[in-house]
Design a protein around this ligand. Structure first.
Ligand SMILES: *Cc1c(COP(=O)(O)O)cnc(C)c1O
Length: 390
């Protein structure tokens, strides 16, 4: 076991060595521009990116033509939200207060003058899930878009995508989902779930950083959106710029591996996560788990530790790479807006840890973390009791 241990898989994942191996020739031998139509260098690059497009499309039940490559989920979310807003004659958008900043910020930007969009931010229940009746009541004749994430990046809860898609498709409203955390971890199907736009990023599923995709429905009915980046007309004109062949090939390989291994990997991770949760709760009976324990990613655990100072807790855990319940926009020590939204008091939110298990996490590592975190919390508490008593 090599320290520090990595338990922050919601921030990013390492590139799988199998993915790196597939990528390597595309830096040197097969370096052509996929848009070069006149010679074999371009053809080879085009063939490779087309194959990757198919692998990625398959992961979400889409057609390869409907995949637009971007630099990551932040760009995909911006393209989806601003692109639909610009193309639509409607001026109302529905999203959720627990979304990633890469959804909330583009929505806030659209709300500012002169754009003047009206944004409804749905509240979530104590388990972190939206209420479909509330969503239904929020939909209006002038609603252009509903944007609800597939899986939350802090508490791992899975929103009811199929239920949302039923409501939006019945009203002819575009449905976007940020699936950065869910893709490759839980099954997704843009047809069954009636999703019109879906954001992906490779580095959350053991692929490289700096490459992502936006699924854009092209029929039944087509989602109409305009680009935010203009140029050479790549990607159906929706995202100009030379394709990053190595990144795309890696993204494709990572998607293929994730899909193939999901049936065994998801239960393996869920059982490690359950072991972590049970171990912590056995040592520290007052530990609370944040967010639904059923509609949840298999590799996520978010817990609060009453009676400890969150900053001290995190600072003392130098041998485990992990995130706290303080806002991940790291500069601020504000408690997370997600934990706030599900009613966790600020002091408890700051004393929270987000565990993100990965493909490379072992039982030994989980047991080390259980021992280390419970010993540390116990000693911080007794130190605190001693100072308070003196
Ligand atoms: C990581 C993440 C993003 C941002 O993805 P990038 O590829 O880093 O831009 C957006 N949304 C969610 C839910 C994420 O977890």
């Amino acid at each position: 076991m090599k320290l520090p241990l990595y338990f922050d898989a919601h921030a990013t994942t390492p590139c799988d060595p199998r993915v790196v191996e597939v990528m390597l020739p595309f830096f040197t031998d097969t370096f052509g521009n996929a848009a070069s139509r006149q010679h074999p260098f371009g053809w080879a690059a085009r063939e490779a990116t087309d194959a990757a497009r198919s692998q990625i499309a398959k992961l979400i039940g889409a057609r390869p033509k409907d995949i637009i490559f971007t630099s990551g989920a932040t760009e995909s979310n911006n393209l989806a939200i601003k692109g639909i807003a610009e193309a639509s004659k409607h001026r109302h958008i529905v999203t959720v207060e627990t979304e990633h900043r890469a959804v909330l910020d583009p929505c806030d930007w659209l709300a500012q003058p002169p754009r003047g969009f009206e944004i409804t931010r749905l509240r979530v229940r104590e388990d972190g899930l939206i209420d479909l009746d509330q969503l239904k009541a929020a939909l209006r004749d002038d609603t252009a878009l509903v944007s609800v994430m597939a899986a939350n990046n802090e508490i791992g809860v899975l929103q009811p995508l199929a239920g949302i898609g039923q409501l939006t498709s019945a009203r002819g409203i575009a449905f976007h989902t940020d699936a950065a955390q869910a893709a490759g971890k839980v099954p997704l199907d843009v047809e069954a779930m009636r999703i019109d736009l879906l954001s992906l990023t490779a580095h959350k599923l053991y692929g490289p950083k700096g490459i992502g995709a936006l699924y854009v429905r092209r029929r039944g009915p087509a989602a109409a959106l305009v680009p935010i980046i203009h140029g050479g007309g790549h990607e159906r004109g929706l995202r100009s710029g030379t394709l990053t062949t190595p990144g795309i090939v890696g993204f494709g390989a990572a998607s293929e591996i994730a899909q193939r291994e999901m049936p065994t990997e998801a239960p393996r991770l869920a059982s490690l996560r359950d072991r972590l949760q049970a171990g912590l709760q056995a040592a520290l009976p007052d530990v609370t788990v944040n967010g639904s324990q059923t509609a949840r990613l298999p590799h996520n655990l978010n817990t609060s530790f009453p009676g400890v100072d969150g900053a001290t807790l995190l600072m003392s855990l130098t041998d485990i790479a992990i995130s706290s319940g303080a806002a991940c926009s790291s500069a601020s020590a504000e408690p997370s807006h997600v934990l706030r939204a599900i009613g966790v008091p600020d002091n408890l939110a700051k004393a929270s840890l987000r565990f993100g298990l990965s493909r490379f996490t072992t039982v030994e590592e989980v047991d080390y973390v259980i021992g280390r975190v419970s010993d540390l919390v116990t000693s911080l508490r007794s130190r605190r009791a001693a100072t308070m008593g003196s």
